[in-house]
Write a protein that binds this ligand. Structure first.
Ligand code: 5HY
Length: 248
């Protein structure tokens, strides 16, 4: 199967980190294609960044439809543009936040999330409520690290994530930790070792869920709100979205 792994920010180093972590966990026969939009924010740390990145995600889905992708992963913890992306394809589309919440709820009755900046914690809280996992999550904690510090100042960033993870273990009455950023895709083993709790990471969780859905021949339902968008004209720099017709 061809699994298109979309890093919604435009930092190539982070796309590579995410792609390598996914490839390491993928089953034989799962071909990971790690991509990022041609245009957009170098990191996603606000509602505005998300709004812009969500358009890039749609363009990557359409590119995957041309390339014959069997499933898609949106590898940003805000799951930007997830429902819109599902409208554009029959293939499964999985957001790493949703994937991590599902997996964490299968191994613990309570978990906490450790994300990057405090200002993005609300985005994870909104998703927890939207996906129906709010009662499973004790706290969304922030290590207060800019996303790109994971690429540029990894050691210090990891130390802050470990500190926050240890605080969550001591204070939150939880059984597991969820890592709240795609850029943390390569940190699972190190954080598990340092904190001493099961750690769920969204990119690798999403790879396994995508493989499961494709293995079950389950794809995005085209009945109801995730049906293909009605073809229409788009103007200006979005003209290339005009007359979108569903893949045969
Ligand atoms: C992510 N930002 O996973 C989110 C994390 C965050 O560029 N990739 C990003 O802080 O919301």
């Amino acid at each position: 199967m061809q699994l298109r792994l979309i890093n919604p920010n435009t930092t190539a180093g982070m796309t590579a980190t995410i792609g390598e972590a996914a490839t390491r966990i993928a089953a034989p026969g799962t071909h990971i294609i790690a991509t990022q939009p041609a245009a957009g924010p170098v990191s996603i740390e606000s509602h505005f960044d998300e709004a812009v990145a969500a358009v890039g995600v749609q363009e990557e889905i359409l590119a995957g439809e041309r390339d014959g992708a069997d499933a898609y992963i949106i590898a940003c913890f805000g799951d930007p543009g997830l429902l819109a992306a599902r409208e554009l394809t029959r293939a499964p589309v999985i957001g790493i936040a949703e994937a991590a919440f599902h997996m964490a709820s299968l191994i613990s009755t309570r978990f906490s999330v450790v994300t990057t900046l405090g200002r993005t914690a609300i985005i994870a809280e909104h998703l927890l409520a939207q996906y129906g996992f709010a009662h499973h999550c004790r706290r969304v904690r922030a290590a207060e690290i800019p996303v790109l510090d994971l690429e540029e100042d990894g050691e210090a960033a990891v130390a802050r994530i470990i500190d926050e993870g240890r605080r969550a273990k001591a204070e939150d009455g939880i059984g597991a930790i969820v890592l709240g950023c795609g850029g943390m895709a390569d940190l699972t083993a190190e954080i598990t070792e340092a904190v001493g709790l099961p750690v769920v990471e969204g990119v690798t969780a999403a790879v396994k869920l995508a493989e499961a859905l494709v293995g079950l021949r389950l794809g995005t339902s085209k009945h109801g709100d995730l049906a293909f968008p009605r073809p229409k004209a788009f103007t200006g720099r979005f003209e290339h979205f005009s007359g979108l017709t569903p893949a045969a």
